[in-house]
Design a protein around this ligand. Structure first.
Ligand SMILES: [Zn+2]
Length: 270
């Protein structure tokens, strides 16, 4: 597909250059894509995923995800006011989780190997939701549009035509569904930002932010069992590096949690 054709296919999602501010960090970023279109495509993709992957029959896992997810959804309400939240555990051994524009959250059963408590699960979900509220997918799409790499734009261009199998695969790639949470869907700055924003979200929901460090340690242990390719190691922040950053932000997160009013009696506030 040539670049002009690819760009014309993208027309429905292209917007005049706009700017948005990332919640919590306040960072300003450029946005070239239409929020509503990205949400529409994401919702379509989530529907496809629900057909492709079987939901887990483990009722304890499903209930835990609903419990944690709905509590986090309240905290991020003003950052995602249009979200129609849906939380699904998929029956798949991968250690992976994702959140999409429109409030669609998927967790693979493998996650429960590294996130056993509500606090630990909250740290995983909060990180994924942070990628959405920070519009990292929009930023990635915008950058690819700006660069106009024929191959990439061509693939994304296919998305405008509807949620075909190919389009779903392409958006899955942008969402990083293929990398797992031990890998990284975005560049290191975005991962760090999602770590930081997610830490504040979980704390505001009354969860113990120190669980984020426990999850990172568990991921590191899993990585030891199944080493990442050297290329990934060289281009992405390591878990110890992420842990150090989380520790830096911990006093602020603990303060946010104390002010959340959800710590003393979490059962009553629900
Ligand atoms: Zn991430």
């Amino acid at each position: 597909m040539n670049a002009r054709l690819a760009l014309s296919l993208l027309a429905p999602i292209v917007l005049l250059a706009g700017c948005y501010q990332v919640p919590v960090t306040g960072r300003r970023a450029m946005n070239l894509v239409d929020d509503k279109e990205v949400t529409k495509m994401s919702v379509g993709m989530f529907d496809d995923l629900k057909k492709r992957y079987r939901p887990s029959r483990n009722q304890a896992h499903q209930a835990q995800l609903q419990r944690v997810g709905s509590r986090l959804a309240k905290v991020v309400f003003w950052d995602m006011p249009d979200a129609d939240w849906e939380f699904v555990v998929f029956d798949n051994p991968q250690i992976n989780a994702f959140a999409m524009a429109g409030g669609k959250v998927g967790v693979f059963t493998g996650i429960f190997r590294i996130a056993k408590t509500d606090d630990q699960l909250a740290s995983v979900i909060a990180h994924e939701i942070a990628h959405v509220t920070a519009k990292h997918v929009h930023e990635k799409l915008s950058r690819e549009l700006a660069v106009s790499t024929v191959g990439t734009v061509g693939v994304i261009g296919g998305l405008a035509g509807g949620a075909s199998g190919l389009a779903v695969d392409a958006l899955a790639q942008v969402y990083g569904l293929t990398t797992g949470i031990g890998g990284f869907a975005f560049d290191r700055e975005k991962e760090r930002e999602a770590d930081y924003v997610g830490l504040m979200y979980m704390a505001r929901a009354g969860y113990d932010p120190q669980a984020a460090v426990q999850v990172m340690e568990a991921l590191e242990a899993e990585t030891g069992k199944d080493p990442m390719p050297p290329a990934l190691l060289s281009t992405h922040p390591s878990h110890p590096e992420r842990i150090l950053k989380l520790m830096d932000a911990m006093p602020k997160a603990l303060d946010e949690r104390a002010r959340s009013g959800q710590v003393a009696n979490p059962i009553l506030v629900r």
